[in-house]
Design a protein around this ligand. Structure first.
Ligand code: ATP
Ligand code: MG
Length: 392
């Protein structure tokens, strides 16, 4: 029954020039989201609103599902389009719509007409009253309530006439592409995909880096990360994923440095390498899935020790989340099932029984001195041999 969607978006902070950028980015994201959905959608902007109209038979369920993943959308109104063939025909169409959509359920209602086309012969107020009357005749069990109606029936008169009454919630946030780019350290765990989702929700375009340690981590572990990137990409749009072979560096650290410092030193090298790719892709920051106190390597002291090697800001969208809160988001966005698949993780393999929880940066730097001989060359090789996967 529906042939179009009216898209509602938040307007806070998008005044002036920003508004135009916001709308352009939102339209682009909508087009991308609907690219392979049946309906030949046309996305247009008129008078501060965005319309998505199907030129062909549309897959309504799929289109709606996709739109519900586009950041920046606050509400989605499915629209029925009627020809403008006079008031009688309009009244018939409205009654047919209400019958099909609500089956004549008793409810209070209000008609809200907008004449976007000012040459329409009947003023909005009169359309409201006349339509209201017809609705009451057709459905005597319904009642008018102009203050708090259960059903707000919108009728917009333009070249054709739009009829809609539902507002389905969108994900909110900012359209991806309006806030610059960030580089996500993406592992196979629960947290980092959620961190990627959350930063994308603020309009940030996401690139990702995964540190792989074959043969200690398997091809399946790598595939799991690609799969997670795919799920995040449903919300964030296309993601360029760099897969870095980290084995040599990890072994070298293991060989030269105190084992209880392994995790923190490894993390510092991950950050350094990630920052290289971040710069290369013009990212403005690094993103991780860390939250204070979750594990030994995520105390404030540990986070300070990892930050120390970065010039770029490190964003940690989950910083104040409890594990259960992170799990709740991951279930909602669909990454959880993949995240909990039991493949090994490069950080857990060499992990010490008693890792330092309050690393002293000076001590860590001194330990890293022991890597002096070969580490630069190893980092260079890791960067040069990284594999690039374009994830859609
Ligand atoms: P996650 O569920 O995201 O793996 P975690 O609780 O297992 O998180 P850690 O293993 O301590 O936490 O990792 C902390 C953060 O460091 C991760 O959220 C991620 O951003 C990054 N990270 C860890 N391991 C890797 C890896 N192999 N490749 C890329 N990033 C990683
Ligand atoms: Mg992990």
């Amino acid at each position: 029954m529906f042939q179009a969607f009216l898209i509602k978006y938040g307007e806070i902070g998008i005044k002036g020039k920003n508004r135009h950028l916001f709308e352009e980015a939102l339209m682009q994201q909508i087009r991308h989201a609907l690219k392979d959905v049946d309906g030949e959608f046309e996305v247009t902007r008129e008078q501060g609103r965005i319309y998505v109209e199907a030129a062909a038979e549309l897959d309504y369920e799929e289109a709606l599902e996709r739109l519900q993943r586009v950041f920046g959308i606050v509400g989605i109104c499915p629209v029925v389009i009627a020809e403008d063939k006079g008031f009688e025909k309009l009244a018939e169409d409205v009654i047919a719509y209400l019958k099909e959509r609500y089956g004549g359920r008793p409810m209070t209602f209000k008609v809200q007409t907008r004449r976007a086309r000012k040459d329409y012969p009947i003023p909005s107020m009169e359309v409201n009253a006349a339509l209201g009357e017809r609705i009451l005749q057709a459905f005597p069990q319904m009642k008018v309530d102009v203050h708090q109606p259960e059903l707000l029936l919108n009728v917009e008169i333009r070249k054709k006439i739009n009829i809609y009454s539902d507002v389905i919630p969108g994900p909110g946030g900012m359209p991806v592409g309006t806030s610059g780019k960030g580089t996500l350290l993406l592992s196979g765990g629960i947290d980092s995909p959620v961190a990627g989702y959350m930063i994308a929700k603020r309009g940030v375009t996401v690139n990702a880096v995964y540190f792989h340690a074959p043969p200690y981590t398997s091809d399946r572990a790598k595939q799991k990360v690609v799969d997670l990137a795919k799920i995040v990409a449903r919300y964030a749009g296309p993601i360029t994923l760099k897969i870095v072979n980290f084995t040599e560096i990890q072994m070298y650290i293991y060989e030269k440095c105190p084992h209880e410092e392994l995790t923190i030193i490894m993390r510092r090298y991950m950050m350094r390498i990630a920052e290289h790719f971040a710069k290369e892709s013009a990212s403005l920051g690094l993103i991780t899935g860390e939250s204070i106190g979750q594990v030994a390597s995520q105390t404030m002291q540990s986070l300070a020790a990892t930050d120390e090697v970065c010039r770029m800001p490190v964003y940690r969208p989950l910083i104040g989340f409890d594990k259960q809160e992170i799990i709740d988001v991951s279930e909602r966005i669909g990454t959880y099932e993949t995240s909990i698949l039991p493949y090994e993780d490069c950080c857990t393999i060499f992990v010490a029984k008693h890792p330092v929880t309050k690393p002293n940066v000076k001590v860590i730097r001194r330990s890293e001195e022991k890597l002096k001989e070969r580490i630069d060359e190893m980092v260079k090789t890791a960067i040069e041999t990284a594999e690039t996967v374009e994830v859609e």
